[in-house]
Design a protein around this ligand. Sequence first.
Ligand SMILES: *Cc1c(COP(=O)(O)O)cnc(C)c1O
Length: 380
Amino acid sequence: MRFNTRLIHERQPADPATGAVNPPIYLSSTFRQSAPNVHSGYVYSRSGNPTRAVLEAALAAVEGGRTGLAFSSGLGALATLLEGFPSGARIVAGDDLYGGTWRLFEHHRRQFGVRIDYVDMTDLGRLRASLASKADLVYLESPTNPLLKVLDLRRVARLGKGAGALVVVDNTFATPALQRPIELGADLVLHSTTKYLGGHSDIIGGALVVREEKEAERFAWLQNAVGAVPSPFDCFLVLRGLHTLGVRMRAHGESARAVAEVLEGHPKVKKVHYPGLASHPQHALARRQMEGYGGIVSVDLAGGRRAVLRFLKGLEIFTLAESLGGVESLVDHPATMTHASVPKAEREAHGVTDGLVRLSCGIEDPSDLADDVRTALRGV
Ligand SMILES: *Cc1c(COP(=O)(O)O)cnc(C)c1O
């Protein structure tokens, strides 16, 4: 089966009891046992729930891993993952990450004696040098949030595994419709299913997909022990989102291209970040590695924060809000919103300036989105 067919059918049989083509939402916290520890396979819904099980199997299938694990948020998935890296562990992370990921690393994990080093992984020489010291976890996003840097997943995975580390890719921006890190050598994929997988800005959720049995058992154990699990209803919504992921990602890509083309070369724009533009420094890599360039475009406005405020005021279709990946277009000012927990000096040093705006291009008509951005720029 090809990918768009697999999204809808792989490991999603009709309900065996009724033939329902969608899984029932099993709103039950617990399950009857006929004698102590004699049961149907389900005991307690933190440990496992039949609706969640369908979602987890589907996620594993579309990412090409052995096991899928669903969580109550992307950060819930990350926090659970990090429980597997106790005091003394060393994490080598990409230098452009979701702000909440950075906050969890810096303001929480570090105080438990975990060492974390950030590396610009577009420079493989630098990554190789960093991996000369012991590393337990290599953690990265591609494309990165919010600067849309594209990392060579196959080579990063090879270097990470060569150093004996577990390689984990946050695949939230690309989704498995555009890129499957496990097929390129990663050990685990992490998702904020809040974003494209859910796709409709109506739930908060997360996931891990694990390649090997050994790690799958370890992280499934942690999922139950830590308990950051999603409700069955939220699992149902993510599964419903997954079914349309293929068509949505194609539409998001068309919108983003239309918007990026308006921005590129515009006199009020300092720089556009979109991997689909030939001018993007990793465009050739993105073309090889991805099956499309995604729906996020970041733009550095020439006039800094003042220009940003005028631009935001001028937008009518793009809604100012955190988050991304829904059918509706959203706009974010990373410096004061999603990445406000990163200190200014650190932010600016790697390009998250006060003039940077992140656009999550939805699936409205691409021409309307392009017009919206064009009009807003006129007011800057
Ligand atoms: C939103 C996001 C997260 C965090 O996920 P939540 O569901 O908000 O907890 C992690 N990584 C990336 C790339 C994100 O965009």
